[in-house]
Design a protein around this ligand. Structure first.
Ligand code: PLP
Length: 391
């Protein structure tokens, strides 16, 4: 019998994929399911982006590309970051990867090992904790609380640093909470980090263009004091409705871009060529589709926030970014996982229990509003019906 490496047993998962599979099963049985579980835009990738990929294939881009991405794409990323964040990035610091997740994995391979500690947000994207555990490092949760709108507390992060801390993961706008950390708090964090020059920061900015009510995105790249130890993760998945294309990038500190490229050579060689040309068209082409998606998300955000607050036993802070609502369900008296299962099996609404995002997620549910307004309204009525009949 084979003998598996113990590290594999430490890998976690992302429940959204399990809920998606169960929702599909129920649909095949003829049940009507509205999916507010999976975190992906319900829009199609903009037409000109699709055409660029088709053209790349017709033009013969069928071979390997440089492992860190085609130079035009890395230059376009640098130009885009200058435009959006007002930062200068050397295209050689940009490493294009098959989705934002790959950057997380690479960062953990670089920084995680037994004896090391890595700080991560909780509730937070479940893959952080999973890959920290996989690496053998100690996963140290930074609790995010509802009364701060699920923003980071610089004090909490800085107070958790020990001599063993190698890396801090932060994420704003955040999954699963929709929380956004304001500039003053990031300023405080950066100031405090100067006393800990050995600590690197992985800033997950995949939702950087998904902000509401005129909020600005604060990129960790904007702080020269810590720039030489910031890994900034972003990508095309959410902004351009390209989750299935598997395309993302990170800006690495100068010395680490080469290590990330070496990991890419060892792992996937390069991202598929046509997807890279699609990514180029997304950055260089018209941005109208992004603006249209964002205004649709904003309408849905208001609708879901209002509807959730009218449900018995449920209250919800207003999401400030991304496309998730994270209501507090403690007033229902139902544990998060139980409510998730009941809503899926009995009410036909797929949601994700807060506990899927870490232990501080108990008492919450994540609902993605990347779905039509009609479906959002219908699903909230189904949830209301379920809660009222249950009481
Ligand atoms: N980071 C966060 C916070 C996410 O929510 C996600 C996807 O849900 C990712 C990264 C991964 O993005 P990708 O699909 O590009 O791998």
């Amino acid at each position: 019998m084979y003998q598996l490496a113990t590290a594999v047993g430490r890998l976690g998962t992302e429940s959204a994929f399990e809920v998606l599979a169960r929702a599909k099963q129920l649909e095949l049985q003829g049940k009507s399911i509205i999916n507010l579980g999976i975190g992906q835009p319900d829009f199609q990738t903009p037409g000109h982006v699709v055409e660029a990929a088709v053209k790349a294939l017709h033009d013969g881009h069928h071979g390997y590309t440089p492992a860190n991405g085609i130079p035009e794409l890395r230059e376009a990323v640098a130009e885009d970051l200058e435009l959006r964040h007002n930062v200068q990035v050397d295209p050689d610091q940009v490493v294009v990867v098959p989705g934002g997740k790959v950057t997380m994995f690479f960062a953990m391979l670089m920084f995680g090992e037994p004896g090391a500690e890595i700080l991560y947000p909780n509730p937070g994207f479940p893959i952080y904790e999973s890959v920290i555990n996989f690496s053998g490092a100690k996963a140290v949760p930074i609790a995010l609380s509802e009364d701060k709108g699920f923003a980071f507390s610089a004090e909490a992060v800085l107070g958790s640093i020990t001599p063993q801390t190698r890396l801090i993961i932060i994420n704003s706008p955040a999954n699963p909470t929709g929380g956004v950390t304001p500039r003053e708090e990031v300023d405080r964090l950066v100031e405090g980090l100067q006393a800990h020059p050995q600590v690197a920061i992985l800033s997950d900015e995949i939702y950087s263009q998904m902000l509401y009510d005129g909020r600005e995105h604060v990129s960790l790249l904007q702080y020269p004091e810590i720039r030489d130890r910031v890994i900034m993760l972003d990508g095309w998945s959410k902004t351009y409705a390209m989750t299935g294309w598997r395309l993302g990038f990170a800006v690495w500190p100068k010395g680490l871009a080469e290590t990330a490229t070496r990991l890419a050579i060892n792992c996937h060689s390069c991202v598929n060529a046509s997807a890279q040309y699609a990514g180029l068209a997304a950055l260089r082409g018209p941005q109208d589709a992004v603006a249209e998606m964002m205004s649709a998300f904003d309408v849905r955000r208001r609708a879901i926030h209002g509807a959730l607050n009218s449900l018995p036993g449920i209250s919800c802070v207003e999401p400030a970014g991304a496309f998730y609502a994270f209501p507090n369900i403690t007033g229902t008296g139902i544990p998060a996982k139980t409510l998730e299962l009941e809503l899926l099996e009995e009410a036909g609404v797929a949601t994700i229990a807060g506990t899927s995002f870490g232990r501080f997620g108990e008492g919450y549910l994540r609902l993605s509003y990347a779905n039509s307004l009609e479906n959002i309204r219908e699903s909230l009525e189904r949830i209301r019906g379920h809660l009222e009949n249950r009481q």
